[in-house]
Design a protein around this ligand. Structure first.
Ligand SMILES: *Cc1c(COP(=O)(O)O)cnc(C)c1O
Length: 427
């Protein structure tokens, strides 16, 4: 495979951008090769600067659920751009996207737009602290909620991929109010509530974990969290930045029928443009300035181009059969892929919720971050490189989920299964 141009660009990029990338997981560092520079994308494919075309299961890490460069999304964005790219004043499109989220996500009565998933979780936690007057929060080992200081404790994929235990620059004080529980482990949560119950402002979770690879909740765990947070007056936050409009139209909360107090969104609702949002019960949301006194702001929040892309994306997803198609194709893909693993003698753990999935290179059942870490990442690296050779682009880390889009065809799926079969030889 010729990736000379990508390699050249990477050498130049490293001189002007730290590590040559604007987000660490893009660097391919853990899989021992240089990253592909992408020239363009279309439907289920992305094309690198050397002209290689790959079937894409990264989907910009989640947002591209209707497929890359979807004509309807492009059309909306271009139309919006012609009228101006930012006004810093309210627009009708902000109401439209907010209304769509409220109509579709059961627990959301009001929503505030921000510019990234990181801002969404940060703001939701500030709001929870402001409303409860409490300081502490609980997060789970292996969950990633963006790069806010106090959320970078035990934060899964990016850090795990690069073997960074925590990160310099985050002070002990920053994380001193962050309590860490273990996924799918009731005792670990109970112990924290027993010790700190009345000091805990919020409990935040990825309802289906995506940032340690895809780890679904075990039966009853989310219900348990709903109960224990309710009992302790703690605000229950679903970080649906990855799962929102992904695992089902109404996200994980519809899929599992749980009503969190606050929800965070990003990725899909921006249709590939920088967007985040947080929302929930009116009585909580009305504590945000200018109605309430919990301050949160953003120069480009609710940006017209981003709103246009989000609205178009949610419209396509609202078409009949969209989620059935995502479900059926993802099932077919994952079953086919796991069969190739079995044929090659690997009884590895496959996980999937809707169109989000992983194969962990371990025979252990994966229910938390510790079990995810039993994966053979050396084998994964070789597999990853072979997949690239076979023109399939998956995330360059064991600890990331894969995503299918509406643009993936039966032919794409068959080709992928064949690529897996080829890629498993001699790993
Ligand atoms: C991607 C992600 C974030 C961070 O979103 P950014 O837009 O990258 O800041 C937060 N939470 C979850 C669950 C995510 O997957």
């Amino acid at each position: 495979m010729n990736i000379e141009k990508s390699k050249e660009l990477f050498l130049v990029a490293e001189k002007v951008i730290p590590g040559g990338v604007n987000s660490p997981v893009r660097a391919f560092k853990s899989v021992g090769c240089s990253p592909l520079f992408i020239k363009e994308s279309k439907g289920s494919k992305i094309i690198d600067v050397d002209g290689n075309e790959y079937i894409d299961y990264v989907g910009s890490w989640g947002p591209m659920i209707v497929g890359n460069a979807h004509p309807k999304v492009q059309e909306r964005v271009i139309k919006a751009l012609e009228k101006g790219s930012s006004f810093g004043a309210p627009t009708e499109m902000e109401i439209e996207l907010a209304q769509k989220i409220i109509d579709i996500v059961p627990s959301v009565e009001m929503v505030r737009m921000v510019n990234s998933g990181t801002e969404a979780t940060m703001s939701a936690i500030r709001l929870a602290r402001g409303v409860t007057g409490r300081d502490k929060i609980i997060k789970f080992n292996g969950c990633y909620h963006g790069h806010a200081d106090y959320l970078l404790a035990s934060a899964g994929s990016g850090l795990a991929t690069l073997s960074i235990p925590g990160t310099p620059g985050v002070t002990a004080k920053n994380v001193s109010d962050t309590l860490i529980a273990e996924l799918n482990n009731r005792e670990s949560v109970e112990a924290l509530f027993n010790q700190h119950g009345k000091d805990i402002a919020a409990l935040i979770i990825e309802p289906v974990v995506g940032n340690a690879g895809c780890i679904p909740p075990v039966d009853g765990f989310l219900e348990f969290l709903r109960e224990i947070t309710e009992k302790n007056g703690t605000i229950f936050i679903f970080d649906e930045v990855m799962t929102g409009f992904r695992v089902s139209q109404g996200g994980a909360q519809t899929y599992y029928n749980i009503k969190p107090d606050l929800s965070c969104f990003g990725k899909v609702i921006g249709g590939g443009l920088p967007v985040g949002a947080y929302g929930g019960k009116k009585e909580i949301m009305e504590n945000i300035a200018p109605v309430g006194n919990v301050y949160q702001a953003g120069t480009l929040s609710g940006n017209p181009l981003a709103m246009a892309a989000g609205i178009a994306t949610l419209e396509i997803l609202a078409e009949e059969g969209a989620y059935t198609k995502l479900e059926e194709n993802s099932k077919k893909l994952c079953e086919g892929v796991l069969k190739q693993f079995n044929n090659a003698g690997y009884n590895f753990t496959g996980t999937r919720v809707g169109s989000m999935f992983s194969v962990f290179f371990t025979e252990e059942k994966v229910t938390d971050f510790t079990s995810a870490l039993t994966s053979d990442t050396k084998k994964f690296s070789r597999y990853f490189q072979n997949m690239l050779e076979n023109k399939v682009y998956i995330a360059p880390s064991q600890f990331e989920a894969g995503f299918l889009s509406l643009a993936h065809s039966d032919e794409d799926i068959e080709k992928t299964i064949e690529a897996v079969s080829n890629s498993l030889k001699g790993i």
